[in-house]
Design a protein around this ligand. Sequence first.
Ligand SMILES: [Zn+2]
Length: 457
Amino acid sequence: MKRPIKIMLGITLAMIVILGVMLALNGNILQGRLSIRLPAYDQTKVQKSVRKVKIPPAYNDASCKESDNGKDFSNKGNIDGKLAGGQTHKDTDFCIPSSFGDDNPELVGKLREYYCDEDGYVKYEDYSCPTSTHCYQGACQSDSALALKGLYVGCTNPWVSNYDSSANAENDSCLYLGNKHIPLTRPFPINDEEEIPPAYIHQGSILVIVPSGYEEYGEAMLQDLQYCQNLVTNFLGINSYWEDIIAKIYVSKDGQTSGEYNPEIGNIIYKKSQENLNDELQEVITNNEEGFLYNSSPSYCANTHEYTHFIVAKTHIPWWANEGIAEYSQKYNQLGSKDEYVCDNDGWYGNDYWGDGQYKKFEYSNLLEEYGNNLGDGPKWYHTAMCFWELFEQSFGHEKLIEAFQLLRLKDSEAVQLNEPITKFFIEEILFEVVDNQDLKTILDKFGFTKGVDYTF
Ligand SMILES: [Zn+2]
């Protein structure tokens, strides 16, 4: 009973939501970025469009009835009447899905708008929604309205380099463009998100979404993510699976603050309390050295932890190695942020924030097991995982670390069907492929991966 639950938990945690450690770091004021602000209230307009009064057709022998008024492309309507051939026909306006368009691919994504013709018969028009709108749920809706719902940003806006004009919102095809960017798939607002209309800040392959009013903070984030692109990619020696990245910063209803990376959709998400976000905005504006983005520079990526997850995403990496590399990458790419933590042969040094506050040595956690629920268990486990990679690099060099990640990227696409436990795969088919010697066994032993253990985590 227990093991499958643990595995499930591990996989869920690793694959769906990887919680990051938020850092109280610092930022620069950065200027001159392109800021795209979509009209925030279009959605309201669309939704509040008053259903117009039904106007009976001029000749209503055929008794054609529809719930919207003739060719009303911005509302979804129902129709009930007869075709010119005499058959009764009931239908609803809809967006033509790709399955429908096999013979007529040019129809895909158009709106099939039903109306009663002047003779009182049911007719339809396949209508191309105008520029800056897309067919969604039986009506042409403005792209900004769709974006506000958190839907189909990638399909409907030109900031995604692989904009696919054949994609349409109705059948979700725009969400599945191989490794092309998948936009926000969560609805706006996310369930614990304050409903503040978002502002979009975009440059190159990076899109930052912030609540309106926090554009300056968003611009600084975007600049930092550009630095991360160079630093973290070079550090790991591999490119991201995703071509584009979205970072979303939102205000939480519950006042909590956390960071996460979702490897399935390529999004970094920071949820912040209103107070926290206000502080961070002020820190950017005043160039306060306490700010998260203050040190951001070509040699310092404030978003290293989550950005490392972004690069590693879609590889077959166990959770401990993923969190460990995110932490170790931070030590490298956010100089000064991890100075306190020193990895030793049989434990790590740091301040005992969970006890007497003294600087001391802690034993390494067992990475083969999840961390416990006691205060400090999580951070201790993270520091241990960081030290795994530090000891690995000290013994074998940075080139071997890069080789491991390159092999990981390669094997992931080769070996889709893996029956063995992920840690076993990672140790035997990645690490020992790259450095097959006794020193690696010695390191693994320090972290709980003792010989003879069936790696299950
Ligand atoms: Zn993490």
